[in-house]
Design a protein around this ligand. Structure first.
Ligand code: ZN
Length: 314
């Protein structure tokens, strides 16, 4: 059992995506207020992250991309892509704080304490590619974290398990040819962004270290359990990661407005247990879980609570 550390910075509330946008400040505001009302809050350690340094972000993103994002935001523009990645002047700092939180998570998990960590930040990150903002995401926080762990702490094998209901195309793209990072995604398929077919398994030296588990709309715990048992757990066991990072999205909850899956809050506790058990022999660090999606306020709060209770027992 490891101590659980909760990472949060109120400046991520200043990231304003405009009226009617599902990725809104109320997501983490409501989540934090909910957790504060539980006994979990005082049982966790609490830390405030700092902005990720540029050189940590250029380990996964191109410099021209990061310069373009910073300039676009500084120029007062409100859209980073041809979709819905909306920004305001405070968004660059929010994105860097969220990446910095994932890095602080690594420092705490890989340091002497081997703490488990949850980062409750926004915007999310798993759709951000090496040179493209996408799907509310600007900086790919879990990718920055994985590279930080490898460079700073000499971690060899990192597993990223992504149970956000959308496929993490950005994380997949960044590690597509990299055998040192196992990327495992469970996602609704078909669904935006349309990537993540079961046959997409990486390329070159990285062939086999991308594992996609597409699941049909309407999938519930049984379908997920089966995917964990048949694909996720065997992949984790044979890879033997030293570090586990979770791209923790909660939009596969049945109440989520952006997708059509049939999970309950308790389902995320079960997932936490399964990935914890599958990696417990090989891990040399704590587990770092990073908030991605989840757009129904009540479902998000209750799902994260269940996830954190399991994480603190892992
Ligand atoms: Zn999502």
């Amino acid at each position: 059992m490891s101590r659980l550390t909760f990472l949060y910075h109120p400046d991520v509330l200043l990231h304003d995506t405009g009226a009617g946008h599902p990725e809104r400040r109320l997501r983490v505001e409501t989540l934090v207020a909910h957790l504060m009302s539980t006994d979990l809050w005082s049982a966790m350690d609490h830390r405030r992250p700092e902005e990720a340094p540029l050189e940590a972000m250029t380990a996964v993103h191109t410099s021209p991309y990061l310069e373009t994002v910073e300039r676009t935001i500084a120029n007062g523009e409100t859209l980073l892509d041809d979709g819905d990645t909306r920004v305001c002047p405070a968004s660059w700092r929010a994105a860097r704080l969220a990446a910095g939180a994932a890095m602080l998570g690594i420092d705490l998990a890989c340091g002497g304490e081997r703490a488990h960590v949850f980062s409750a930040m926004r915007p999310p990150g798993h759709h951000a590619e090496s040179s493209r903002a996408m799907g509310f995401c600007i900086v790919n926080h879990v990718a920055v974290a994985a590279r930080h762990a490898q460079r700073r702490y000499g971690i060899g094998r990192v597993a990223i398990v992504d149970w956000d209901v959308h496929h993490g195309n950005g994380t997949e793209e960044i590690f597509w040819r990299d055998p040192s990072v196992l990327y495992v995604s469970l996602h609704q398929y078909p669904l935006w962004p349309g990537t993540g077919a079961a046959s997409d398994a990486g390329d070159g030296d990285g062939r086999g270290t991308t594992v996609n588990c597409p699941l049909p709309p309407g999938s519930g715990e049984q379908a997920y359990e089966r995917a964990f048992r048949e694909r996720v757990v065997p992949a984790l066991t044979s890879f033997g990661p030293e570090l586990l990072i979770i791209s923790a999205g909660f939009d596969a909850h049945r109440d989520d407005p952006l997708a059509n899956m049939d999970l309950r809050a308790e389902s995320f506790g079960r997932f936490t247990q399964m990935v914890g058990e599958a990696t417990s022999r090989s891990l040399s660090a704590g587990i770092v879980s990073v908030l991605e999606g989840g757009y129904d306020l009540r479902a998000l709060s209750s799902s994260v609570e269940v996830h954190l209770r399991e994480l603190s027992a892992a």
